[in-house]
Design a binder for this molecule. Structure first.
Ligand code: PEP
Ligand code: MG
Length: 592
C-alpha cells in the first residue's frame, strides 16, 4: 500500500556530538520505569503478594545500608531522611492497599505504582512546604521498589531492539553512559547545551547528537525515519528519500575520513616547527580506555571518575574502584592517566549520598566541596587511586577548587592515605603527581598560589566559561552567549598559563574547547602544554597541531588577546588558520 509522503520536518538545535545518524526513531518516554499492567491468575495471587513483600524487604535492606553509611559519615541528622523512607515501606496502608489490588488480580508493579502516585498527588496539594518537598522521597522510594519489582526491564532505553535514533526530552550523563552503543545511531534532546554532561558522554562514546531541539517530541513517533547531523545541529524527521540517501553517503565519507585519520595514530602531536604538545583523551568510563589507545592518545588527561558513583544504589567499594582504575593504568602504561576525583553535585547527583535539592546546584555543593564534606567516601577513592598507581603512571587532580584552603585540605587527606598505605605495606607510587583543575574565576586569580602547592594545572574550560561569563552551560537559551573566544575567557586562560609556568608547572586544557581544531591551535599559541579531548576529536586536533607552526599560533594568540570581542577572534582564526588546516577540518562543519 503506498502512503502519500508528508513534508519532512526540519529542526535546528545545538550540535553536541559530531557525526551523522540515519535510521528509525525511538522515542524515549520521560517516565523512568515503564510499568506494564497484566492480570494475575487466581492461583498466582499469593505468589505475587510474596513477590511484592520480597521487593519491599530488599528495598528496606538497601535503605538500611545507605542509611548507616550516611549516619557514619555525616551524622544521624543527615540519615534521618532514610528513616523516613523506611517508614514509608512499613506503612500498613501501603501493604493493605497493594495486597487488596493484587487480590483483585492486578500485578504488584502497577498496584504499587498507582498507590505511590496517589500519595505523591496528595502531597502535591498540601500547603505545608516541608511536606510538599517530601514528594521527592516518595518518588525515590517508588523507584527503589520498582527496581526490585522489575529487575532488568527497568528502562525503555535498554530495550532497543534495532539500531535507532533516540529522541528524548532530556538524557542525563548516566543514561547516555548506559546506552547500548551498537543500537544507537544518534540522539536528540529537547534541552541541554554542548557542554551538558549528557552531551559530553555522547561525544566520548561517538554518538552523533543534537541538543536543544525544542518541541521535537510532539512530532516524533516511533519508527519514523530520522536524520541527525551532529556537525551542524540539523535534525530531520521523515526526510525525502533523496535527502536520506545524501546523508547516508555523507556518513560513509566521514567514516572513510576517520579511517584516513588512522594514519596519524602513531604520529606525535608536534607542530611543523617542532613544538610537542601533549595530546591526551578524556574518558568517562573505564572501558573507554580502549578508544583512547585506538585514537593514538598520549595518555588520559581527564578520567571523569564520578560516573562510577552514578546510577547505582550504593557506593562503589574501594576494591571495585581499584580494579577499574588499575585496569586503566595498566592498559595505558607507560602513558599517564589523570584521575579526576569525584566531581559530584551540579548535574551529577547520586541520591544515596544524601544530595538534597539546591536552588543553584552549579553554585552549590559540588566538586571538591562535596568531596571534602564526605571524607569517608573521598578517602576511599583516594586510596583506590593510590593503589592503582602501583600498576602504571597515575596522576590525580581535584575539580572545582576555588581556594588554597580547599587544596590544602585535600592534599592533607592524600598524605594521610599515603601514610596509611605505607604502614599497611601496600605498593603505590610515592611520587604520584597531584594537580588541580582551574574551573572558577577565583582559581584563575589565585593560580600562582595554587601552582605552588600542586604539580600541574588543568583548565576545565566548560566550567570556567560558565562561571566567568555567568552563563549556565546547560541552558539552551544562553547557548549563543556561552562563548569560549570572548576576551574575559582568553585573558583568564593566558593568566593561568603564565601563573603556572612562573611556578614551573605545566598547564593543560581538558574542557570541550580543546577539542575544536581552531580553538586547540589558539590554546597552543596561548602557551598551553597539554590538551585533553574526546576520542573522536583527538585525531582531528592532532592533524590541526601538525599543520600550524607554533610561531604562527603564538602570533595569532597575541592578536586574539587584543581583540575586543569573540566575533573578531573567530574571524581571525578562520582567516589565518583555514589556509593552513587540512581540507577535512575546514569543510564538513567539524571545526568551529
Ligand atoms: C570542565 O569543566 O571543563 C571539565 C572538564 O569538567 P566537567 O565538564 O566534567 O565539568
Ligand atoms: Mg568541570
Amino acid at each position: 500500500m503506498s502512503v502519500a509522503h508528508r513534508a519532512p520536518l526540519k529542526y535546528t538545535g545545538i550540535p553536541a556530538s559530531p557525526g551523522i545518524g540515519v535510521g528509525p526513531v525511538f522515542v524515549v518516554v520521560a517516565e523512568e520505569y515503564k510499568v506494564r499492567e497484566f492480570p494475575i491468575a487466581p492461583d498466582r495471587v499469593d505468589a505475587e503478594i510474596a513477590f511484592f513483600a520480597g521487593a519491599i524487604d530488599a528495598s528496606r535492606r538497601d535503605l538500611a545500608q545507605i542509611r548507616n553509611g550516611i549516619a557514619a559519615e555525616l551524622g544521624e541528622h543527615e540519615a534521618a531522611i532514610y528513616d523516613a523512607q523506611m517508614m514509608m515501606l512499613d506503612d500498613p496502608d501501603l501493604h493493605r492497599v497493594v495486597e487488596g489490588e493484587i487480590r483483585n488480580r492486578r500485578n504488584a508493579g502497577i498496584a504499587f505504582r498507582d498507590y505511590m502516585a496517589a500519595v505523591a498527588a496528595r502531597l502535591e496539594r498540601v500547603e505545608d512546604e516541608y511536606l510538599r518537598e517530601r514528594r521527592a522521597d516518595v518518588m525515590d522510594v517508588e523507584r527503589r521498589v520498582l527496581r526490585h519489582l522489575m529487575g532488568d526491564s527497568r528502562r525503555g532505553l535498554t530495550t532497543l531492539t534495532q539500531p535507532s535514533i533516540l529522541i528524548a526530552h532530556e538524557l542525563g550523563p548516566s543514561d547516555v553512559a548506559l546506552l547500548d552503543r551498537e543500537r544507537v545511531l544518534g540522539m536528540v534532546t529537547e534541552v541541554g547545551g554542548r557542554t551538558s554532561h549528557g552531551a559530553i558522554v555522547a561525544r566520548g562514546r561517538g554518538i552523533p547528537a543534537v541538543v536543544a531541539v525544542r518541541g521535537i517530541l510532539q512530532a516524533a513517533t516511533a519508527g519514523m525515519l530520522g536524520i541527525v547531523d551532529g556537525f551542524l545541529g540539523h535534525v530531520e524527521l521523515e526526510p525525502e528519500a533523496e535527502t536520506a540517501s545524501r546523508y547516508r553517503k555523507r556518513r560513509s565519507r566521514i567514516e572513510k575520513g576517520t579511517l584516513d585519520l588512522r594514519a596519524l595514530i602513531e604520529q606525535p602531536a608536534v607542530t611543523p616547527d617542532g613544538k610537542k604538545v601533549e595530546l591526551a583523551a578524556n574518558i568517562e568510563l573505564p572501558q573507554e580506555v580502549e578508544s583512547a589507545v585506538a585514537a593514538g592518545a598520549d595518555g588520559v588527561g581527564l578520567f571523569r571518575t564520578e560516573f562510577f558513583y552514578l546510577d547505582r544504589a550504593e557506593l562503589p567499594s574501594e576494591e571495585e574502584q581499584v580494579r577499574a582504575y588499575r585496569m586503566v593504568a595498566e592498559r595505558l602504561a607507560p602513558r599517564p592517566v589523570i584521575f579526576r576525583t569525584m566531581d559530584l553535585g551540579g548535574d551529577k547527583v547520586a541520591s544515596y549520598l544524601g544530595t538534597t535539592h539546591e536552588t543553584n546546584p552549579f553554585l552549590g555543593y559540588r566538586g571538591i566541596r562535596f568531596a571534602l564534606s564526605h571524607p569517608e567516601v573521598f578517602r576511599t577513592q583516594i586510596r583506590a587511586i593510590y593503589r592503582a598507581s602501583a600498576h602504571g603512571k597515575a596522576r590525580m587532580m581535584f575539580p572545582m577548587v576555588s581556594s588554597v584552603e580547599e587544596l590544602r585540605a585535600a592534599l592533607a587527606m592524600c598524605r594521610q592515605v599515603a601514610d596509611d598505605l605505607a604502614r599497611e605495606n601496600q605498593p603505590f607510587d610515592r611520587d604520584l603527581e597531584i594537580g588541580i583543575m582551574i574551573e572558577t574565576p577565583s582559581a584563575v586569580w589565585v593560580a600562582d598560589l595554587l601552582a605552588r602547592e600542586s604539580k600541574f594545572l588543568s583548565i576545565g574550560s566548560n566550567d570556567l566559561i560558565q562561571y566567568t561569563l555567568a552563563m549556565d552551560r546547560d541552558n539552551e537559551r544562553l547557548a549563543y552567549l556561552y562563548e569560549p573566544l570572548g576576551p574575559a575567557v582568553l585573558r583568564s586562560l593566558r593568566h593561568t598559563v603564565e601563573a603556572g609556568h612562573a611556578a614551573g608547572r605545566w598547564v593543560g586544557v581538558c574542557g570541550e574547547m580543546a577539542g575544536d581544531a581552531r580553538h586547540a591551535v589558539l590554546l597552543v599559541g596561548l602557551g598551553v602544554d597539554e590538551l585533553s579531548v574526546s576520542c573522536f576529536d583527538l585525531p582531528r586536533v592532532k592533524a590541526a597541531i601538525r599543520s600550524v607552526p607554533a610561531s604562527t599560533a603564538i602570533a595569532i594568540a597575541n592578536e586574539a588577546l587584543a581583540c575586543e570581542c569573540a566575533e573578531a577572534v573567530r574571524a581571525l582564526l578562520h582567516r589565518e588558520l583555514d589556509p593552513l588546516l587540512p581540507e577535512f577540518l575546514v569543510g564538513d562543519g567539524s571545526g568551529s
